[in-house]
Structures are given as C-alpha cells and as structure tokens.
Design a protein around this ligand. Structure first.
Ligand code: ADP
Ligand code: MG
Length: 468
C-alpha cells in the first residue's frame, strides 16, 4: 500500500469512506507530511502554496477528534475573509457529511449579530469565522470558547496583512491553554514566527519544498531494459509529447554533449547547455530557447541553475539524478504558474535503487509506464515554430524592439504576429520570427533600414547541423 493513502492514517472509518466518494484517492504531498502529526494532536505549522490541500489537513484533524454528542464549541477556525470562511466551512461540511448532526457555523461580519447569537444557542461544534466578528462576540459575552480543543489559524500571513494580529491575540486569551493549535500560511514572515512562538506548543514545522502544485505535474517513469536503449526511449517521448520547450537532464557534461549530438542527428532541435560554454554562447542559447527557436536543451543540473524559463512544458530525466532533492528541483521547472507540465524519468536496472529512494522521498509508489509505440520512430522529428535572426546592434546603438518591429512590418509583407520575442542586449539583438517567413524577414532587413541605418545580421542556428 502506498504511504500516500488516507487509509494509512488513524482516521474515523466514516471519514475514510467519504474521502473515497469525494475522489480524494490519495493525499497531496502536504497532507502526507502534516496529517500524521495533526492526528496525533500535535501543534503544527504548515507552510505551503495555495491549492496544496491545506483545508483538508485541519478539516480532517478537527472532524476526527470531534465528539458530536457533546453540543459545545470544540474547534475554532480563523480566516482572513468572509469568502474564505465560507469556503472552509463548506469543505469541512463536505468532509464530515457522513457523520450525522455535525453543526458548523460561520461567524463573519455582514450578518446581523442577533442571527448569529440565535444560531449559537442551538448548539455548535465547529466555528469558522473572521477575527473581527469573533472578537466582537467574545467581548459582548455572546460566545463561549472555554471548551475549545483546537484552534486553527488559516492563511495566517493574509490575516496579518489585513491587520488582524491584535484581534487574534485577544481571541487567544479567551481560549483554554490546553488545546491544539494549527497554523497555515503560504509564507512565513517574522511576525508569524513570533505568533507561533507565543501561542503554540513545540510545533512541528512542515514546509512544503515545492514551488508548484504537485498535481499540475504529470510525472511518469519509464524502465529501460535491454530491448530498448535510452536514446530511443527519449526519442519516443519527444515525438509523442512534441514539447515546444523541454529540458533533458543528464548527470555529466560529457553526456549532454553526446546526447545533443545524437538528437541533432535525428533531426531534433536540441543543444547542450553545460559548464563548458562561454557566457556569450550560453546567453545566446538561452535567448533562442526562450523565444522558441530551440526546442530542447540538454543540460546538467549545474548548467540549469538559475535557468528562469516559464512555459517549460516538459522535463525529461535522461538519467536519474544523484539524489531525490535534485529530482524535485528538476521536475519543479515544468508545470509552472498552474500550467500543466510533463515530467518523465528514464531508468535502468542499475538505477533502480535511486527510484526506491525517490519513492521514499516523494511518499508515493513509482511504477514504470509503457513507452509510446515504436512506430512513432518513423515520424519525422518535429521542428520549432520560430527561428532567430541576430542583428549586430543593440542598446549601444539605442535600438529598441519597436524599431525592429517597425522595419520588419514596414512593407506590409510580414504581419506583426509572425514576429516573436525581440531581445535587445548591449551589442546585438535577437529577433524571433516564424520559420515560414524567415527568408522574407531576411530580405526585408537586407533592403530596409533600422532607424535609418544598416546593420549586419544573420539567421543563427538555421537548420540542425548534421554531425560527422
Ligand atoms: P489550500 O488551502 O492549500 O490553498 P485547498 O484546501 O483549498 O488548498 O485545496 C485545493 C483543492 O484541492 C480543493 O478543491 C480541494 O477540494 C482539493 N483537494 C484537497 N485535497 C485533495 C486530495 N487529497 N485529493 C483530491 N483533491 C483534493
Ligand atoms: Mg487554504
């Protein structure tokens, strides 16, 4: 059984049954890391990005320890806004819907006080609300929190941003000292550290390392055996996914050069990015990769450091990384900003021990997927949509992107939409143009002028070189 199954936790059977019906088949990474502590009634700080499934962490925690026969307030959740409080209450209701007679009440501004006081009189188990209104009810003696066993601060950073710190501190004075406190936050500034220090008791600090949502990355693993070699497997994946921008990771410089050569010979638009490159060449490669004139970078981890490219739609581990953390770094480059990405890892029998380490680190079981069908190899390699023209003038000549766009579109033969990124550096400018209009663009530059002057220019990396 995978360690990511909810059923591995000491959860009430009705909660487990319901999770299945909600299609929560396995825990998100943050849930797997924090729920075991939460269910042990420990104080926990959970730091993780929006959308990582934090609500269920405390929702399940509160529901699991709830005694629904006792009609008194057992838990309180503080949220920064009414909308968030409503969402949280809805999620807790949903998680607890198989347990009968659970009363969850939201207490926020915007609803008349007396309505809330009436609802409180009917008996409530869990309160979700904003600090302002809850403080108000406490001061007016309309709310009794003497028997609270859990306090949750959700989106703590946002609550502080909104100036709720004094309210929160006052509310905490009304709570029993012996309680569980759970704190959730996307960031962890000093103010939160100090609150945590004051109001929590030896908290576990769960920090989710990933800078993206685990779920937006589709991770697949492919076992390579004698029947198929690594490069063939890689070609199949490239032909199948046809990524516009992909990084293929190797563990050594030598491997990157060899593999880039091989891919180029097969007709792919691929180039090696390693520590042997001159700065200027490295920059030029990165510009071409970012403007979509090169589809595949074959890189070492060191060379890829500081690579800041969004829209990476595939990361392929040609070789399994030396350790699990590097693996996460690699695949974290795909699926950025909520976009879906593909992460593929090739491994041989020799690398199987690294896969086992990864299983432990990722808390998930890894199974080999079938490679795309071999007949894909008959297809031609795909080509990037764009190509790059380098003009030998840049910031020193006071060139701006608009000047070049103006020249290229001046005779109305080239539409602006055929022109991609224009990158002006000190001494030269890189212009991405659609491959279909490359000769037309070169002609226009030959016959036209940029800001009244003529500069040298040429198309770079025109067609993949065939290596001897
Ligand atoms: P956060 O508070 O970290 O921003 P949420 O708790 O709002 O994230 O969860 C984001 C979404 O993921 C919600 O729609 C929630 O229902 C869903 N979700 C949470 N945990 C799981 C899970 N284990 N399986 C499937 N969906 C989940
Ligand atoms: Mg949340």
């Amino acid at each position: 059984m995978s360690q990511n199954n909810f059923s591995s936790l000491p959860l009430h059977s009705l909660l487990l049954q319901n999770l299945e019906s909600l299609n929560y088949h396995s825990m998100t990474a943050i849930q797997a890391q924090s729920l075991p502590h939460v269910l042990k009634n420990k104080d926990v700080i959970v730091q993780g990005k929006t959308g990582s499934g934090k609500t269920a962490v405390f929702g399940l925690g509160l529901l699991n320890k709830l005694d629904q026969k006792q009609f008194r307030i057992q838990s309180i959740v503080l949220c920064p806004t009414r909308e968030l409080a409503d969402q949280v209450a809805k999620e807790i209701r949903q998680l607890g819907r198989l347990i009968q007679n659970i009363k969850i009440l939201t207490l926020c501004g915007g609803t008349p006080l007396h309505t809330q006081v009436n609802s409180l009189a009917h008996g409530v188990h869990i309160i979700v609300g904003t600090p302002g209104r809850i403080e108000d009810l406490l001061q007016k003696n309309k709310l009794n929190l003497d028997e609270i066993t859990s306090l949750v601060l959700d989106e703590a950073d946002k609550m502080l941003d909104m100036g709720f710190q004094p309210s929160i501190e006052k509310i905490i004075k009304y709570l029993p000292n012996k309680r569980q406190t759970l704190l959730f936050s996307a960031t962890f500034p000093d103010e939160i550290k100090s609150i945590a220090k004051h109001v929590m008791n030896q908290p576990e600090h769960i920090q989710h390392e990933l800078t993206h949502d685990n779920e937006t990355i589709q991770q697949s693993f492919f076992s390579i055996n004698n029947q198929i070699n690594r490069t063939t497997a890689l070609r199949l994946l490239l032909l199948h996914y046809q990524p516009t921008s992909a990084v293929v990771f190797c563990n050594t410089k030598k491997a990157t050069t060899q593999l880039a050569k091989q891919l180029t010979n097969y007709g792919f638009s691929a180039i090696a990015l390693n520590g042997d490159l001159e700065q200027r060449d490295r920059n030029q490669i990165l510009v071409q990769f970012a403007n979509q004139s090169i589809s595949i970078l074959v890189a070492t981890d060191v060379a890829a450091r500081g690579l800041d490219i969004d829209n990476l739609d595939a990361v392929i581990n040609y070789e399994v990384s030396q350790d699990a953390e590097i693996h996460l770094h690699r695949i974290g480059r795909t699926g950025r900003a909520g976009k879906s990405g593909v992460a593929c890892t090739l491994y041989s029998e020799d690398e199987h021990h690294k896969i086992i380490q990864l299983e432990i680190f990722l808390k998930q079981s890894i199974e080999s997927s079938p490679l795309p069908a071999q007949d894909l190899l008959d297809n031609p390699s795909y080509q990037p949509r764009m190509c790059t023209i380098r003009i030998e003038a840049g910031k020193k000549q006071k060139l701006r992107p608009g000047d070049i766009l103006g020249t290229l579109t001046s005779n109305k033969q080239i539409a602006a939409k055929e022109i991609g990124k224009i990158t002006v550096t000190d001494k030269c400018t890189y212009v991405a143009v659609n491959r279909n209009i490359k000769s037309s663009a070169l002609n226009t530059l030959k016959n036209g002028k940029i800001k009244g002057r003529s500069f040298r220019f040429k198309a770079i990396n025109e067609s993949p070189k065939v290596w001897p």
